[in-house]
Design a protein around this ligand. Structure first.
Ligand code: BGP
Length: 465
């Protein structure tokens, strides 16, 4: 079978500054929350590997862009590190960082690779965290200034921007499930952080339009976890799945695209005394500053059932106070990472965006398969034989193709990720790249079988299986 994609379809991969650059204390960069957390609690990080050991892109970006070209990329997403550009988050701009990002962007453009630039990918400057991080309006204002500076500096060449990457993740990690700094468990604070993040996104969009980036488009990257009820005929399961959808997906999708929160979500938050502090002008700000396009990161769905046991009122309220996760028998698994694989969800997302979100232009900004101990798949020539990744991408592309053929407005597919990279607390535990990175040999890059395969797809705009 042959699946063709339209001319100009974006093919590439996503990365983020903190995960690939390294040089965490070089080039005038300020400290961010990851540098700080690693300093005080290195044992939390897998094999005690911290952000100083990200994939050395700060040094090798030119060769890496060459590698992207070699495997057919016509686009590539990374982020600008806020603490590299503005070391204390809200003060002077670091000229070395400006020179680095200018050169990186120029190099991409010279190779005909369209840069898609994200502004926030989990890396709060530490000075900003000290005054409250996303809980603080002062930080929201500082982020908006950072955004404006980026548009002014790079908007002449970067035409696609994203305000945030996966805004739910710092909420979950930092305020609910303890895998990001500040690592607290407090749903009320979590709701405030989620809300302020959306306000900051709207403010960045307002700045973007003020700066008038010629032919520019601004979007947001949201990780969607479609929520499927255990039993679609059981009203309690359906209700529970709807709550999970409201909390994890629609809290970001709706304000970003429609400029308002779903009424059902507002009621749920109100009934549970979780309402955030707001400003009177927020409503208009959000309403007037919605995104031009959406990036969708998709890895796994959620399987949900109605709560089976009564909620213990002495325990702190959590999202799971409203539903139970359901371990569906027979689900397909990525056994190397422990995540469910459900390719059809990408089609469901495509149709949902077509029908419920004004058929907004969107692209798959991340999709990928993490593999622990991937060295076990090295062949005698030192090439990772990652047929499982080729199959993973193919199956997702098939469903995406179906969504597009039914009218969904999808303009690209990016893998997570270009080369194996440092992934927060998981460090290098799960490998995702088209290129292998050898930590024991000066970050040497070697193409994997999937990289060679992807080149064919990207260059021909066709998936053949
Ligand atoms: C995504 C994030 C990435 C990356 C990826 C892999 O959600 O956007 O930044 O971390 O997940 O995660 P892990 O290495 O934990 O499997």
């Amino acid at each position: 079978m042959k699946y063709s994609f339209e001319k100009g379809f974006l093919w590439g991969a996503a990365t983020s500054a903190t995960q690939i650059e390294g040089a965490a204390f070089e080039g005038g960069k300020g400290k961010n929350i990851w540098d700080h957390w690693y300093e005080i609690e290195p044992n939390r990080f897998y094999n005690q590997v911290g952000p100083t050991k990200a994939s050395n892109f700060y040094v090798t970006y030119k060769e890496d862009i060459q590698r992207m070209k070699e495997i057919g990329f016509n686009s590539y997403r990374t982020s600008i590190s806020w603490s590299r550009l503005i070391p204390d988050g809200n003060g002077a701009v670091n000229e070395e960082a400006v020179a680095f990002y200018q050169s990186l962007i120029d190099e991409l453009i010279n190779q005909n690779i369209e840069p898609i630039i994200g502004l926030y990918h989990f890396d709060m400057p530490f000075a900003m965290q000290e005054i409250g991080g996303w809980e603080s309006r002062e930080v929201v204002e500082a982020y908006s200034r950072f955004a404006r500076i980026c548009f002014e500096l790079f908007g002449d060449r970067v035409k696609k921007w994203a305000t945030h990457n996966e805004p739910i993740v710092p909420v979950e990690g930092g305020y609910l499930y303890q895998f990001h700094y500040p690592c607290v468990v407090d749903m009320k604070r979590a709701v405030q952080v989620a809300y302020n993040t959306m306000i900051s996104s709207a403010m960045a969009i307002r700045e973007f339009r003020k700066v008038k980036v010629e032919n520019g488009q601004i979007g947001i990257v949201i990780n969607l976890t479609p929520s499927y009820p255990r039993d679609a005929q059981n009203q309690d399961d359906v209700k529970a799945a709807n709550i999970a959808d409201l909390l994890f997906n629609r809290s970001f999708l709706d304000p970003s695209i429609k400029g308002t929160y779903p009424e059902e979500l507002i009621s749920l938050i109100k009934e549970n005394n979780l309402l955030p502090v707001t400003n009177p002008e927020d409503y208009t700000l959000m309403k007037e500053n919605t995104v031009d396009f959406l990036g969708v990161n998709y890895y796994s769905p959620r399987r949900i059932k109605a709560k089976e046991a009564a909620v213990d009122p002495s325990k702190p309220i959590m999202p799971e106070s409203f539903f139970d996760n359901y371990d569906m028998p027979g689900k397909k698994m990525n056994i190397y990472r422990g995540w469910e694989i459900y390719e059809k969800a990408l089609y469901d997302i495509a149709i949902n965006l077509r029908d419920n979100y004004g058929n907004i232009p969107w692209y798959v900004s991340e999709n990928g398969m993490g593999v622990q101990d991937e060295e076990r798949f090295l062949d005698e020539n030192g090439i990772v034989q990652d047929d499982y990744r080729i199959e993973f991408i193919s199956e997702h592309l098939k469903w995406l193709h179906k969504g597009i053929s039914e009218g969904s407005n999808c303009f690209g597919y990016h893998l997570w990720t270009f080369m194996d990279n440092w992934s927060w607390l998981n460090a290098y535990k799960n490998r995702y790249g088209f290129y292998r990175v050898d930590l024991n040999n000066h970050f040497e890059r070697t193409i994997k079988k999937s990289g060679l395969w992807f080149k064919q797809v990207a260059e021909s705009n066709e998936l053949v299986i």
